[in-house]
Design a protein around this ligand. Structure first.
Ligand SMILES: C[S@@+](CC[C@H](N)C(=O)[O-])C[C@H]1O[C@@H](n2cnc3c(N)ncnc32)[C@H](O)[C@@H]1O
Length: 204
């Protein structure tokens, strides 16, 4: 659906162009870059799980920071056509359905990222509910597959459920904050819950 001004998500803006010029497929790279700059998330040698990785900007950014001794497992329901260095493995699948064994190929992880988001349906309540479900799934995966001391970043659409997700993350991590990166489109209700230093890995 596009109104008089068209769909803003389809318009290549300055950030989209800058991302392409720097070799990234999407402008979302600047959100992770800002979060990384602000909380010092990524460094050389880390193992990273990237949930909702298509078209591949976060996985490519993470792969460059973790370097050849690090590993990135990139998961999405969609095909990812981006070319990556050898430290990245791509797997197609639904993070809500994949077993933790499949998600844990490079685990235990130092960082679990989730930029997972619904394909917006136009039904705001349904999209918010799905975003909440994706965020909680990412948190459960991070608890199960993250090292003690590992970090977590997950997108969530603002809704009445937001505080539930924020509280759940706050209980798992030593420090928890909410970041809305500068690169977020004005009309978007998305924010990122950032948990630093996992207190206790679930089941271990
Ligand atoms: C905003 S995009 C991610 C952009 C990506 N971080 C990047 O930098 O290129 C959101 C992605 O979440 C994915 N997604 C949504 N639900 C998912 C699920 N249940 N399992 C895996 N991926 C999912 C979508 O297919 C979509 O590619």
């Amino acid at each position: 659906m596009s109104g008089r001004k068209g769909n803003p998500y389809e318009k290549p803006d300055a950030r989209s162009k800058a991302a392409k010029e720097q070799g990234f497929p999407a402008r979302s790279v600047f959100k992770l870059e800002e979060i990384d700059r602000r909380v010092k998330l990524l460094r050389g040698g880390q193992r990273v799980l990237d949930l909702g990785a298509a078209p591949g900007s976060w996985a490519l950014y993470a792969s460059q920071i973790v370097g050849p001794s690090g590993r990135v497992l990139a998961i999405d329901t969609q095909d990812i056509r981006q070319a990556f260095p050898p430290n990245v493995k791509v797997a197609k699948g639904d993070a809500l359905e994949l077993a933790n064994d499949a998600l844990g190929e490079y685990g235990p992880y130092d960082v679990v990222l989730s930029d997972m988001a619904p394909n917006t349906s136009g039904n705001k309540v349904r999209d918010q509910a799905y975003s909440f479900e994706l965020c909680l799934r990412a948190l459960h995966v991070a608890q199960a597959l993250g090292k003690v001391g590992s970090h977590f970043v997950a997108k969530i659409f603002m809704s009445g459920d937001f505080q539930t997700a924020r509280k759940a993350a706050g209980e798992c991590y030593e420090r928890c904050q909410v970041i809305r990166p500068e690169g977020t489109r004005q009309q978007s209700s998305e924010v990122f819950i950032v948990g630093m230093s996992l207190k206790k890995a679930a089941g271990r």
